[in-house]
Each structure stands twice: as structure tokens, then as C-alpha cells.
Write a protein that binds this ligand. Sequence first.
Ligand code: UDP
Length: 235
Amino acid sequence: MYNRVLLKLSGEALKGANAYGIDPKTVNEIAKEITEIKDLGVEIAIVVGAGNLWRGKTGEELGMDRAQADYMGMLGTIMNALALQDALEAAGTATRVMTALPIAAVAEPYIRRRALRHLSKGRVIILAGGTGSPYFSTDTAAALRGAELDVNAILMAKNGVEGVYDKDPRKFSDALLLERLSHTRILEERLEVMDSTAASLCRENNIDILVFNMNKPGNMKKAVLKEKIGTVVTT
Ligand code: UDP
């Protein structure tokens, strides 16, 4: 079993069957799965995205200043973090929301040593605000926090796909699921696991990434117990 993991939840994971936004029922289901792995004794840090609410790139395409639009995206991650916190606490799991973009009324600032303290006390930490800087993604925030919190692996929970394929499974019916691959291959073949900044950070710091389908109940537990599911990215 892994002792400490970083779970990357994309914003899309929280929208359920809706086109966008937050679906509390879906968030409750995710919280149940997280509570299950927490009860195994695993230390969990979660980095949450905001693609269900806003993406900086979309704003830029519509004529906005990129940095301004990115800050809106970071604010979106804080909304998602609060929704997750609500569901996790209702499921009986102690949590702290820590944000890289300070909003003192609702979340603690991200301070590495405090984050480690929360983890050692068995609290699930929800890391919002991405890296706190525009032009980055929450995947990069996951790689960064994964490195500094010294996690055993990053769990990339995906929506509806089993792992990483050699080509897009939504477009090609003969797409092959890759059970094991290297960070270098992600970078060279531009595979859709995470963006290249995040992938190189993981490569440089030897962080394993597990990519799996989070729509199948029990998969998160299997990932933590090192059972064979989805794709393992390793050096
Ligand atoms: N973002 C940012 N800096 C960061 C992380 C996120 O500016 O360090 C912004 C960026 O605009 C991004 C948005 O927040 O589009 C939402 O994050 P992301 O797209 O990574 O969410 P996900 O795809 O995981 O839902």
C-alpha cells in the first residue's frame, strides 16, 4: 500500500452528468471513495482543478488578458475545494483547505510544513489555487506539491477512460491501453496524461503517476493498494 498519495481531481470530475458546474451528488460519491482510502491509513493530499467552471485559455480565446483569466481559473479551484471539503466532512473525514491564492475567510494559506503536519494528523488536505501563478495548470500544481510533500505517487483520476492509450480512444476504436510507460514517452509522443511542464517535473523528481478510471467504484482503493489498474507512469 502507498503511505502518502496526491490525488489529482480535474474539475470535470465534479460536474457529473451536467455540462458544467458542480454536482453535489457526484462530489459526495467521490468523497465516499476518498474516505475509503483514508480509512486504510493513507495520507492524502488532493489537488483540484476548475475545468468545470472556467479555464484561462477559454478566456484568452474570447479576447481576455491571459493572466486575468488564469486568476479566475484559480478562484474556480477554490470553489471546487470548498465543495469537496463539504462532502468529505459530511462523510466523516477531517479536512483542511489550503490555498496558494490567499482567501483567508475560507481557507488556510498553503504552507508546506503545515501541510505535512495536517497529513501526519490524518487530515485530508485539499490544495486549491493551483500553483498561485498564471500560465500554469493544476496538473503542474499536482506535480509540484507531489514533489515537495514527498508523495509515493500521484493518482490521476480520469473521467470514463481506463488509463493512457497510444492514441485517442474516443476517436480510434483500435486504441491500445498502455499498462506501463515512461515520463519521457509522454513528453515525446505528447500523450494526453498531463501537460509537459507537469510531466517534466514528475520525470525530474522520479514521481510515479497512476492513471485510472475514477467512474468505476473501488478503483481508487485498488490504485492505493497497488493492484493492477489503468496505466503506471514511471522512470
Ligand atoms: N490555473 C492557473 N495556475 C495554476 C493552476 C490553474 O492559472 O497554477 C488556472 C488556469 O486558468 C486553468 C484553471 O486555473 O485553466 C483551471 O485549472 P485546470 O485547467 O488545470 O483544471 P482541470 O483541467 O484540472 O479541471
